[in-house]
Design a protein around this ligand. Sequence first.
Ligand code: GLA
Length: 738
Amino acid sequence: MTKSVVNGGSTSHSELKSVVVQDQTFALNGKDVSYRFHIDEATGDIVSDHFGGTVTESYGKPLNLGGGGWSTHEHIRREFPNQGCGDFRSPAVRIKQAGGFTVSDFKYVSHEVVNGKPGLPGLPATFGGDEEVTTLVVRLHDSVSSIQVDLSYSIFPAHNAIARSSTVKNMSDKEVTVDKLASFSTDLPYDEYEMLQLQGEWVRECTRIRRKVDYGTQGFGSANGYSSHFNNPFLSLVKPTTSETQGDTWGFSLIYTGSFAAEVERTPQGLTRVLVGMNENQLSWPLKPGESLTSPECVSIFTPNGIGDMSRKFHRLYRQNLITSRFVNEPRPALLNSWEGLFFDFDESTIYKLAQDAAKLGVKLFVLDDGWFGVKYPRIDDHAGLGDWEVNPARFPQGLKSIADKIRQLEITEFSKAQSLPSIMQFGIWVEPEMINRNSTLHDEHPDWVLSAGQYPRTETRNQLVLNLALPDVQEFIIESMTKLLRSAPITYVKWDNNRGMHESPCPSNFHAYILGLYRVLKELTTRFPDVLWEGCASGGGRFDPGMLHYFPQSWTSDNTDALDRIQIQFGTSVVYPASSMGAHVGAVPYELTGRSTPVRFRAHVAMMGGSFGLELDPAHIPDEDRTQLPELIALAEKVNPIIVRGDMWRLRLPGDSNFPAALFVSEDGSEAVLFLFQIRTVPVHNFPILRLEGLDSTATYRVDGHGPYSGATLMNGGIQYKFQGDYDSKVMLIERL
Ligand code: GLA
């Protein structure tokens, strides 16, 4: 790497270049963010100077606090902390050398600034043209171990976003093992912070948890091999006074689908360290001489304007610079998925009847969920068939193409032609390609493909085992069996499920090797089939992460279709992920798991806040009065869908805080908006709140649901009051700028 100084110092705020390098001081500047660090002359270490609102120069040298006898490093804010130099905090990197040492001493060697953003080998990552993103790579070297590290920082100025990853290269002549490698590591100055995370479980994904960052280490992560339902790979730090609409907010989102760790450590001296990356307990990555390991990328966004603004910045960045699918900004067809309507209990005639009923309601995509495959070991329940991706001839005697063709010929009854989508029924299918049942021909032929650890028991969950995607043969099998399936019938949508965690693994590094194998498979299949709308799923939102979104533009948000729970889950998911990426369906009531019944209008209004709206019921088995409302509700979902998919979301009132949750979606050009209002329960003889809108132009005039005109100022400062009636009442208002 050549040592270069690019974009030399400019100091006027408006003229700040995105990367400024001067005298071994580095500045990354976005619209409202500056990220600065410098090289310590004496040690060659990288010292963090600032991560927050815009600054135009470094503010002198850090105060020298002396440190006393024990804390030699604890007052230093470090960018890439190692182990063994007297920094007693958690390190960003730990490498075991041939001699057993885990000490390292990385010093600055050189840097390079490149326009645009190079890809990461084998990993999903943000991307962008030269005008959108600039990358600074800082090279470090440990002369004792001969190990080199490249820290890569890519700044997307329009989004206030910095994507960081690190690459370790073994330049020695002996094998070493990387035991820990953070994607993002930085030390924030002494201050009071709170941390926000998205925690949950199956059917309870993405609950917002906010707590004080206290002295000591607090963190979370996942260990089940995937990003998981338990903790989303996302962390935010905020000031205690930060709210949805104002205050300093730092977000860290890891583009990774495997086990991860987020550590926040406040030391007795007061600094706060943030480390985000792969779970170190499942790494131990061997590096032969000349080999390298690149960490996944972590995107950090700073905004002074609160949690809502951080979310909108993530949404835009992820829609524009992460998701590769051509469907990312496309309106999605209203679908009907067979799962909750029929579960495993169907054959060709019941499926066709379900599709006919769907067509009569205005549905445009019929999805055949679990239970359609398996010849020798038919999948008629969850004990058999995974791995055998051939249609079950007992259920579909004429084959998959025949039923798909029949469904595609169904005439769709449209309540109103709300979208420009063609009125041809599409056909989609469910698969779970990373899994295998013992009862399958695949298992008969390849028991060795099961993820396992020698003679240790192969524990089953939902009667299934995991295939070891670290093996190239398994990757090939999945690529070829899915290719064959997709070429066998006119399939335009695939729901790719994954219903258990990894238990036994042959060695720690296999966890990451599996994820690299998975990414290879996803890249190959999405490249081969760019016109398929792919949806991720892992028993709901168990893999709702930016790594999967790079390949699949949407994910099934939760197996929970209880609309009240769903408001919470979807609002939580929207802290990082755009509405366009959420699958949200109307289920039947009472909902099995909660026993709760909500009106069909309420269920549909909640579901249409997701980019991929659908039904998850058998229309023949719901009350007539619900069924008769569905065509109009589907038409409304289709009408608002382009704004949901491409617009900005404003969480006006949060479900956890208010009996009246509300959200506003504003189209990118601001000309249209759609407002969702909900009342959870009636409070008798009580007034209704006034809802002040956000995100409009105060000087423009708008019509609200045909009423008005009102100025943006009136709507944002005066607000709207709606008279709800009864429990689970809801209202959708269409807003247009005049
Ligand atoms: C998982 C998914 C469901 C459904 C079933 C089928 O639970 O999350 O939506 O597809 O698998 O077995």
